[in-house]
Design a protein around this ligand. Structure first.
Ligand SMILES: O=c1ccn([C@@H]2O[C@H](COP(=O)(O)O)[C@@H](O)[C@H]2O)c(=O)[nH]1
Length: 288
């Protein structure tokens, strides 16, 4: 089975939620971190979240910044989390948003598609051009890996550059998307999708239908739901009949336990509950 088939099947079986492991030591209760090294505390927390959510989510996204910020110990937790995900036959996205000249991109590809930090998918920033993307193709084709490239990001400043108007009055990000679509079209498999996906935030409601239609064969990583308060209807429209993307939620899932008196003893349980709630909210509002 190809990577895209595995992801597609996970979405069909478990739903489209992508659990974001943006794990900060600040989110971990005192009782769960005292007498532990930082790497152990981060990893134990992640393991509890993974064990409790693996049958109600499609994939895990690990935001590298949260681990890098704790130095070597953070990166140890990052590596252990990725390998735990792999050992359990689950899927991972390393949110590393890389971008560089081809020679350096090749090293990034090696770093994040093999060895200590091996992930199934990574995120890329396309703004240095197509030669900053092509070095990843070797791993995509030979090692069955995938990428999600930033297209229309969820942050408030996203329009500063992504939406700059070109001479024909189109927005710049469509040029980026069209080039990536061309590349992805050569790699489609029987799911109808290919391993070059797009990051499309659900926070910009006016464009979601146009983006979904234009990039119909591209699998989306959709951030913005939960802590960034994107509307569930926007998410639904980006999902392409609920099987064309995964919806990331990080803080809302990891910190859900804080909303309950008995939360500290049931971190995984409340994360699981939030995953189920997230899926239901998006599915139900989409049906309206
Ligand atoms: O456009 C983008 C691209 C990436 N992200 C990342 O997704 C998560 C969102 O976390 P929440 O806590 O659910 O808001 C985080 O890792 C971002 O770096 C994004 O938000 N928007």
């Amino acid at each position: 089975m190809t990577l895209m088939e595995r992801l597609y099947n996970k979405v069909s079986q478990n739903g489209f939620v992508c659990v974001g492991l943006d794990t900060s030591i600040d989110y971990i209760p005192k009782t769960h971190k005292e007498n532990k090294s930082i790497d152990q505390a981060l990893f134990d927390f992640n393991r509890e979240i993974i064990d409790s959510t693996k049958d109600v989510c499609a994939i895990y996204k690990i935001q590298i910044a949260y681990y890098e910020s704790y130095g070597l110990l953070g990166m140890k937790a990052y590596s252990k989390t990725l390998s735990y995900i792999r050992k359990n036959n689950l899927l991972s996205i390393a949110d590393v948003k890389r971008s560089d000249i081809a020679q350096s991109a090749k090293q990034y590809a090696k770093a994040h598609f093999s060895g200590d930090f091996e992930a199934d998918f990574i995120t890329l920033n396309p703004y240095m051009g197509m030669d900053s993307i092509s070095p990843y193709l070797d791993f995509i084709e030979k090692k069955d890996k995938g990428v999600f490239v930033l297209l229309r990001t969820s942050n408030p400043g996203a329009s500063d550059f992504e939406c700059l108007k070109l001479k024909d009055n189109s927005e710049f990000f469509y040029t980026v998307g069209d080039k990536l679509k061309e590349l992805n079209n050569k790699l489609l498999d029987k799911t109808g999708y290919g391993p070059i996906g797009l990051v499309v935030g659900a926070t910009h409601k006016d464009e979601v239908e146009k983006i979904r239609k234009r990039y119909d064969n591209m699998f989306f990583l959709i951030p913005g739901f939960g802590a960034q308060m994107a509307e569930s209807m926007n998410v639904y429209k980006l999902l392409n009949n609920l099987n064309g993307g995964v919806v990331n939620s990080s803080r809302a899932i990891l910190k859900n336990y804080l909303n309950f008196d008995d939360g500290e003893d049931k971190i995984g349980y409340y994360a699981r509950l939030k995953c189920i709630e997230t899926r239901k909210e998006i599915e139900n509002n989409g049906r309206l």
